[in-house]
Design a protein around this ligand. Structure first.
Ligand code: HEM
Length: 259
């Protein structure tokens, strides 16, 4: 057995793989949140729809996306496997009492499973539709002098393979962009109260999963230093347990109540 295989299959190695994939997914979540904040712009979805084109066509991002799908599956199934192994190793009585460990740390596997279900439903809602279904197109005209954007609906005749068509009118100083209208798909989806409730509850699971997961990843990686631990704790609470879930939950609530 090589040094690498030995390390990765040791009990600490198994946790290191969970930590590294988990931290990658935390980073994805922050980037995803920042990108999706463009849903709040009052521009008829111009920024969000052009951002979606960039995220699905730029080669480096596409490559990272495939890594992301792999890490989601790996993290979920490796986590479940480790949980079953742990349970097998201690079949009788749970010796750690409630006040020695937090709700989050005791329920990481169940919280993670809820998130896996959420991600499958979520990707079916938006990602699958964007890549596989016939979506409407929207045309934006941006005045390059004033920055003003006007949207007109559904120009006819574009095949679903077309991601973006961009033209310039030098004389009128305008740029015209025709893109798939993912913004409208999102806003229509969030008119469904059941989906809104499902999203908001899932963000509670995100919060509990990450408040423990983010800081304990550093412990598993052996990055345990009195100087940095308060920073990890701060980020796990304020960024991952509060800001990220509230930011995501605000999106369905915004479309349901305010659009
Ligand atoms: C609640 C607010 C959210 C909204 C409005 C939203 C919106 C979207 C949209 C429109 C897409 C498809 C476009 C694209 O591929 O970039 C997408 C993809 C995705 N979302 Fe979300 N999302 C939200 C929250 C989340 C959360 C909390 C997670 C993870 C726990 C997540 C995980 C993903 C993944 C893994 C993809 C596929 C990304 C890729 O193709 O690389 N999303 N999301």
């Amino acid at each position: 057995m090589s040094w690498l295989t030995k390390t990765l299959t040791s009990s600490i190695g198994k946790k290191v793989l969970m930590s590294l994939t988990g931290l990658f997914l935390c980073t994805f979540l922050v980037v995803h949140l920042v990108g999706n904040l463009q849903l709040f712009y009052h521009d008829g979805g111009y920024a969000f729809n052009t951002y979606a084109v960039f995220m699905t066509t730029f080669p480096l991002i596409k490559f990272i996306s495939y890594g992301n799908y792999f890490f989601i599956l790996f993290h979920a199934f490796w986590g479940l496997y480790l949980e079953f192994q742990n349970r097998k190793a201690r079949p009788v009585g749970y010796v750690v009492t409630k006040n020695q460990s937090s709700f989050s740390s005791r329920n990481m596997a169940i919280l993670g499973t809820i998130l896996l279900v959420y991600i499958v439903v979520h990707m079916g809602d938006f990602w699958y539709k964007y890549h596989n279904e016939a979506l409407p197109y929207v045309e934006y005209t941006e005045n390059l002098v004033s920055g003003e954007v006007t949207a007109s609906e559904m120009p006819e005749g574009y095949s679903q393979e077309t991601k973006i068509v961009q033209t310039y009118d030098e004389a009128a100083k305008t740029k015209t962009i025709i893109v798939k209208d993912l913004y409208t798909v999102v806003s229509v989806a969030f008119k469904n109260i059941l989906l809104v409730v499902f999203y908001v509850l899932s963000m509670v699971a995100v919060s509990f999963h990450l408040v423990h997961g983010f800081k304990s990843a550093f412990q598993s990686l052996g990055i345990n230093h009195p100087k940095y631990n308060p920073l990890f704790k701060f980020l796990s609470v304020w960024l991952f347990a509060i800001l990220v879930p509230i930011g995501f939950a605000a999106m369905p609530l915004y479309f349901y109540f305010l659009k």
